[in-house]
Design a protein around this ligand. Structure first.
Ligand SMILES: O=C(O)C1=C[C@@H](OP(=O)(O)O)[C@@H](O)[C@H](O)C1
Ligand SMILES: C=C(OP(=O)(O)O)C(=O)O
Length: 432
């Protein structure tokens, strides 16, 4: 049993139904794709309302280290102006624990004119990387990873990458495919990536990659399943507004169900490639009233939370909060299809199993997910394993388990540094 630390967060319980409007910052996945494409473009880009969090600041720093200029816009400091330039080595890139940095930047670094070293947090060193490194070698880049297949490694930038065709097993992460495609337009012969293996996870994220490359004028053929062809050619600067991060909406919307209240997220896009949009269906199945209107998405709890049996293969990053919400349901739930999240920030299946059980929930760990049987919630220490989404899941549990203490809440800054302030503001309207 972990002991209480003064740095723990005494996450608040809800005193009554929430009734809140929660304005969320931009999407991590969109921000980091736009940044990479802007760095590879022929002219400057403007990213409006990008996310500023640990993962996106690591991305800006990585690209700056490679010679790209990224500054706040003079007329609106919330925006970034990205001015591309020659990609330079030597450089040392810190990936933190950001999958998007460790998988998206190496294919860019291969275009630099010198060696680029990559490393990251201790937990980042065990996140899977080998398919990206092998693919880069196969298309003519130089990679030295000491045969580890993980961080740290050196990409020996040679000023250009021949490109061509490569087959990879991306069943451990869709980011392997996305990273290669994002840089592929700038390879001499472009790039054709074919996935073999068990089905690709997080498919909407690859669709997002294709869409954003096209936004920048790149040519991508995705007409064949599991094969993507990026033609060689220039990319244009972007002027884009970053959508709110829909996956980060999960804990707030969950609070509407848990408390029988209502939460509105302004700016919820009506058409989006974000995987988090799946929340609309998931919460509907769980018994919420879900309304997407011009003013945003409103989710209202109805007093009943249904258990569900759901395959989250396409939206696996929602697993921690959906698992926490399932702890409040009127019956058992199964979350399946997410074996690969054992390689996310932490082994999320084991982490959720341990913390939910300590909080009084019945959990059976499956190879590919969790079976959750609601139980009487008891206040407990909630460990977070350097995982932002474990902080969010713990906050949902704490809503009805006063006295829950969440370890290392600062880790939530990976994608949502303002989480605790937004959470407190939401609950301020619940009678707290
Ligand atoms: O490309 C992206 O922006 C992401 C892809 C997904 O990764 P996996 O395919 O590894 O699940 C997702 O879980 C992650 O949060 C973000
Ligand atoms: C899996 C996630 O992050 P990453 O981009 O580091 O893979 C996540 O945000 O849930």
């Amino acid at each position: 049993m972990p002991s209480a630390d003064p740095g723990d967060w005494a996450a608040p319980a809800a005193a009554g139904p929430v009734d809140a409007i929660v304005t969320l910052p931009g999407s991590k996945s969109l921000t980091n794709r736009y940044l990479v494409l802007a760095a590879l473009a022929d002219d400057a880009s403007r990213l409006r309302l990008p996310l500023r969090s640990r993962d996106t600041l690591l991305m800006t720093q990585a690209l700056r280290d490679l010679g790209i200029d990224i500054v706040d816009a003079a007329d609106d400091a919330r925006d970034w102006i990205v001015t591309p330039g020659p990609l330079r080595g030597p450089a040392q890139i810190g990936c933190g624990l950001a999958g998007t940095v460790m998988r998206f930047v190496p294919p860019v670094a291969a275009l630099a004119d010198g060696p680029v070293t990559f490393d990251g947090d201790a937990q980042a060193r065990i996140r899977p990387m080998r398919p990206v490194l092998d693919a880069l070698r196969a298309v003519g880049a130089s990679v030295d990873d000491g045969a580890r297949g993980s961080l740290p490694f050196v990409i020996g930038g040679q000023g250009h990458v021949p490109g061509g065709s490569v087959t990879i097993d991306a069943s451990a992460s869709s980011q392997f495919v996305s990273g290669l495609l994002l840089a592929g337009s700038r390879y001499d012969d472009g790039l054709t990536v074919t996935h073999v293996g068990t089905p690709l996870p997080s498919e909407p994220h690859v669709a997002m990659t294709v869409e954003t490359i096209r936004d920048a004028g790149g040519i991508v053929d995705d007409s064949e399943s599991d094969t993507w062809r990026v033609e060689p050619g220039p990319l244009s600067g972007l002027d884009v507004v970053v959508e709110p991060d829909l996956s980060n909406a999960a804990p707030f919307l969950a609070a509407a169900l848990v408390t029988g209240g209502s939460v509105r997220i302004p700016g919820w896009p009506h058409h989006t490639s974000q995987a988090g949009d799946a929340l609309r269906d998931i919460l509907d199945i769980m018994g919420a009233e879900v309304r997407l209107e011009r003013g945003g998405l409103t989710v209202s709890g109805t007093g009943t939370i249904n258990g569900l049996d759901i395959d989250l293969h396409d939206a696996s990053e929602l697993t921690p909060v959906v698992a926490a919400l399932a702890a409040f349901a009127d019956g058992p739930s199964i979350i399946r299809g997410v074996a690969h999240i054992r390689g996310h920030e932490t082994d999320r299946i084991t982490a959720l199993s341990q913390e939910l059980q300590r909080a009084g929930v019945g959990v059976h760990e499956r190879a590919d997910g969790l079976r959750i049987t609601p139980g009487r919630l008891t206040p407990s220490p909630w460990r977070t394993y350097a995982d932002h989404r474990m902080v969010m899941a713990g906050a949902v549990i704490a809503l009805s388990a006063a006295g829950t203490r969440i370890e290392d809440p600062g880790t939530v800054a990976k994608t949502l540094p303002t989480f605790i302030a937004l959470w407190d503001a939401m609950l301020a309207g619940s009678g707290r």
